[in-house]
Design a protein around this ligand. Structure first.
Ligand SMILES: [Zn+2]
Length: 474
């Protein structure tokens, strides 16, 4: 047997950015059979070599081949086994003396040769699709739904033998079909419990201006937050791909779901909140070796922190830094921040109809001071939840969402703050109503959003009535 050569492309990820990897294989006849693997980093080399060599043996049934695999760039990692299938396919191509031009291959192999789910298929293929060199992809069938959105000709396989059979012409690989996704995670405003008008208004303004919102009260804090994602404008195709990619890398994408259709909401609990959970951490199971944090899993949607005062101050400060940067551990991180807290330590202040508050006056004052400090640092708006719900059915979220989308456009078209010239009059108006200089910038920000929501009447700058309403949320 002459020396035979084969090669194929695969992809590795670091955060959401992808790099092409080239797999080169040389096969010669050797009565003892060997499998050499070069170019992988030390962490993944030995397990990959054993797994892939066994899968190839179980598929080709040949133990008289001297196989040498070389991966470039050298030092490439194989987190989650995403390169397994590419290595095996390059061997089959060499053995069969075939080629698969313009193709990337991704998938983990079991030792028996089954092709298994890998994380990060969508961001990997999406990146590959921007390269003129890549037109086709071969991936695990388990990942067909998300791959269908990548803009490549994608074929799916169950077993390494499927690839061998297709190279020999006895099998045609199935295409990955597109799937529709739903908005199932969202709660509609017109679903019970109906929020009171003041709360719905706060949610609408927060959504329109991307204003961090603090919700204070007893019952209904979480149900208020759960109604926010559906009030944000529907995701564009690019946004949906970005958000789905983050979930794919975290291994949180359900197999049957293709592109995520609704904006995410994350509700990390203070009891298991660590800085790493917030900001991302090393995780060899994730492509690129880093698992996105809650701040990135909430990207494009809502990050909801209930019982806000229970979170460590240093964690909140680090979270605020990530939010200001819009990035964490290599992943985008621009969620709408929503915090919530009871109005007192025992939790029943304002809900006295359920059970009387047992806190002392001093305890309540201390609680309020702490809440005020957190509000001043991290939030634009706050709203107190009434202890009752509305009896009348409110507008559907879709109606409010349209208003929010229009307001975002109007707000973006407004003159910059320093050019409006009317700010001094507004500031003295606000000052007379008890607004402190330190809080004025956020009151003005919120007032601009309120003016944008009223833009139907052609409002182009905030006026006193907008400032007046903004003060109610400060
Ligand atoms: Zn209390």
């Amino acid at each position: 047997m002459d020396t035979r050569r084969g090669d194929i492309f695969s992809i590795t990820l670091a955060g959401l950015s992808a790099s092409l990897v080239h797999v080169n294989v040389t096969i010669e006849h050797d009565q003892f059979g060997t499998f050499e693997l070069a170019g992988l980093d030390e962490d993944s080399w030995e397990l990959t070599r054993r797994r892939v060599a066994t899968a190839i043996y179980n598929t080709l049934k040949r133990n008289d081949l001297e196989i040498a695999v070389e991966i470039t760039p050298t030092g490439t990692n194989n987190h989650g086994g995403q390169l397994d299938l590419a290595i095996a396919v390059a061997v089959l191509l060499a053995f069969e003396q075939k080629s698969l031009p313009s193709t990337v291959v991704l998938g983990e192999l079991s030792r028996s040769g089954e092709v298994q789910h890998v994380r990060g298929i969508l961001p990997a293929l999406k990146a590959a699709s921007t390269s003129h060199a890549i037109r086709h992809a071969i991936i695990p069938r388990a990942d067909a739904a998300e791959a269908a959105h990548a803009g490549l000709d994608v074929r799916v396989v169950d077993h390494l033998r499927d690839v061998l059979d297709s190279l020999r012409g006895s099998h045609v690989l199935d295409p990955a079909g597109p799937r529709r996704s739903t908005r199932s995670y969202e709660r509609d405003l017109a679903e019970k419990p109906f929020m009171m008008a003041s709360v719905r208004r706060a949610l609408e303004i927060a959504a329109a201006g991307q204003h961090p919102l603090l919700i204070i009260g007893g019952a209904g804090r979480t149900s208020a937050a759960l109604k926010l994602p559906a009030l944000l404008p529907s995701m564009t195709a690019d946004e949906a791909i970005e958000v789905t990619s983050i979930y794919s890398i975290a291994g949180l994408l359900e197999a049957e779901r293709g592109l995520l259709g609704s904006r995410p909401i994350r509700l990390p609990n203070y009891r298991d909140a660590t800085l790493e959970k917030f900001l991302g951490r090393d995780d060899p199971a994730c492509p690129g070796g880093v698992r996105p944090g809650e701040v990135s899993l909430a990207h494009g949607g809502v990050l909801f922190l209930d019982e806000l005062l229970e979170f460590r101050r240093s964690d909140l400060a680090a979270l605020a830094v990530a939010l200001a940067k819009g990035e964490s551990s290599g992943f985008p991180a621009r969620p709408l921040l929503v915090g919530a807290s009871c109005a007192c330590p025992c939790g029943f202040r304002g809900d006295e109809g359920i059970r009387p508050c047992t806190c002392t006056r001093t305890e309540i004052q201390r609680h309020e001071r702490r809440l005020r400090a957190v509000f001043d640092r991290y939030f634009d708006m706050q709203v107190v939840l009434p202890s009752v719900f509305d009896v009348a059915k409110p507008e559907r979220s879709e109606v409010v969402r349209r208003r929010v989308a229009a307001a975002r456009t109007a707000r973006a078209a407004m003159a910059p703050e320093s050019e409006t010239g009317s700010e001094h009059a507004l500031w003295s108006f606000a000052q007379k109503r008890g607004v402190l200089p330190s809080n004025w910038p956020k009151v003005l920000r919120v007032a601009r959003t309120i003016a944008a929501l009223a833009d139907i009447s052609g409002v182009r700058a905030p006026g006193k009535r907008h400032v007046y309403e903004a003060i109610q949320f400060s």
